[in-house]
Design a protein around this ligand. Structure first.
Ligand code: PXP
Length: 242
């Protein structure tokens, strides 16, 4: 069954705009689970611009579905992950000046470093996913590095202008899904997915879970979080989504 991992970073962004205590990403996560999310994602960034260490600690204790910690490949983050033991760690590139994660992780260029990080996380009982662009050499490198999952970056698909360009990006994603499966990888996808463009990605049978944040939280501001998540599950196709 296709899962929906809800990213609650934006709830923390609103809270941090006043350096206060509300809204609380932990409350949002628990509501998201009630609304049908199969997991909760947070990105603990080096600059702590939204999610704080305490949020991840509380989420670790309270999330009942699955906690997916997005993290850069740094010693600090590896230590935090190995202490908190989320069910899954998704390794992402991180640049201070970016608004959100922009490109996928260059696994091909850093196989040894990534593979060492994967080894340590897996030894700690944490499944590892690599957020990569849908490119064959990155998929192959992810398999060589020993990842459990790849999360294919759907940003170029989401941003493609016009049907032809979007179809070309979809084809690239589908080819990467097949290549990944052939190499024994499990497949997730995410970034930039919204209520209009999610259907084609949700229809790829080998994709296990979608990671979605911005569009859900943007709608939740207007219609409430539970309804926003329910509507996203509907847009994903109720036959595949839980
Ligand atoms: N997957 C990864 C690895 C991300 O970094 C993000 C953004 O934090 C998402 C998925 C969710 O993207 P969006 O907020 O555009 O739905």
């Amino acid at each position: 069954m296709l899962g929906l991992c809800v990213n609650v970073d934006h709830i923390a962004t609103i809270r941090q705009s006043r350096r206060g205590v509300e809204p609380d990403p932990v409350q949002a996560a628990l509501l998201a689970e009630l609304a049908g999310a199969s997991g909760i994602t947070v990105h603990l960034r080096e600059d702590r611009r939204h999610i704080q260490d305490r949020d991840v600690e509380l989420l670790r204790r309270l999330v009942k579905t699955k906690l997916n910690l997005e993290m850069a490949v740094t010693e600090e983050m590896l230590q935090i992950a190995l202490t908190l033991k989320p069910e899954m760690a998704t390794l992402v590139p991180e640049r201070r000046e970016e608004l959100t994660t922009e490109g996928g992780l260059d696994v091909h260029g850093h196989v040894d470093e990534v593979s060492q990080a994967i080894g340590r996380l897996r030894e700690g009982g944490i499944a590892v996913s690599l957020f990569i662009d849908p490119e064959h050499h990155q998929v192959a490198a992810a398999a060589r590095a020993g990842a459990d999952f790849v999360e294919l970056h759907t940003g170029s698909y989401a941003e493609a202008k016009g049907r032809k360009a979007q179809e070309a990006e979809l084809t690239r994603l589908i080819q990467s899904v097949s290549a990944g499966r052939e190499l024994g990888l499990r497949i997730n996808a995410g970034h930039g997915l919204d209520y209009r463009n999610v259907g084609s990605i949700a229809a790829i049978p080998e994709v296990e879970e979608l990671s979605i944040g911005h569009s859900i939280i943007a709608r939740a501001v207007l219609v409430g979080l539970e309804r926003a998540i329910r509507e996203m599950l509907e847009a994903m196709g109720t036959d595949r989504a839980r």
